[in-house]
Design a protein around this ligand. Structure first.
Ligand SMILES: [Fe+2]
Length: 190
């Protein structure tokens, strides 16, 4: 996890800084109602294990989160460079939108970049990687891009079995930000 935010300097200009320490990231995100956790499986499991095995290995965390957040289903999504119609799929994620339910993702493999646009503050970016759990509350304006390797495998939890429905803001705010990932060497926890 790496989090990039804008902040006002003492001279009044805007500066960018990067948070990579887990507790610092979690504290920053909590101000916006976003949960960030690190999950470890009950037993060692390969990132390319079947979906059922992945869900079982993280069953304890999934069940606890379901109880906390009213999530009724969990699945595993796989996105790879060879995924059919990948560009069409990614274009749905990469425009600013919000949902009627929480967006919950636990990253098993690969990386991705969430941009979050709080109602009362500047946009910030969160790069997620394997082991990261993120919960973006319903109604939060955000968008999502893959990193350069266009690979992500993630557990998703849903409150509504109808699944993922975006409401686009058409604000154009997303066009002012390039989806720049730092990469695994940079975001390795210090
Ligand atoms: Fe979303």
């Amino acid at each position: 996890m790496a989090l990039v935010r804008l902040r006002e300097s003492s001279a009044g200009s805007r500066e960018t800084d990067v948070l990579t320490e887990g507790a610092e990231v979690a504290a920053f995100l909590a101000r916006f109602g976003i949960d960030y956790e690190r999950w470890t499986p009950d037993h060692a499991i390969a990132a390319d294990a079947p979906a059922d095995a992945i869900l079982a290995a993280y069953g304890r965390e999934i069940d606890a989160l379901k109880t906390r957040g009213g999530y009724v289903t969990a699945d595993v999504i796989d996105v790879k460079p060879e995924t059919p119609n990948l560009d069409v799929m990614l274009a749905k994620f990469s425009r600013e939108h919000w949902h009627d339910e929480d967006e919950v993702r636990f990253i098993i493999e690969g990386r991705g970049l969430f941009h979050v646009h709080p109602a009362d503050g500047p946009v910030f970016a969160i790069e997620v990687e394997a082991g990261d759990l993120i919960r973006v509350p319903r109604g939060t304006h955000h968008w999502f891009d893959l990193c350069h390797d266009r690979r992500i495998r993630a557990i998703r939890l849903f409150q509504d079995t109808a699944g993922w429905t975006p409401h686009y803001t058409d604000s154009g705010v997303d066009k002012g930000f390039e989806p720049v990932c730092f990469g695994p060497a940079y975001v390795a926890r210090r």
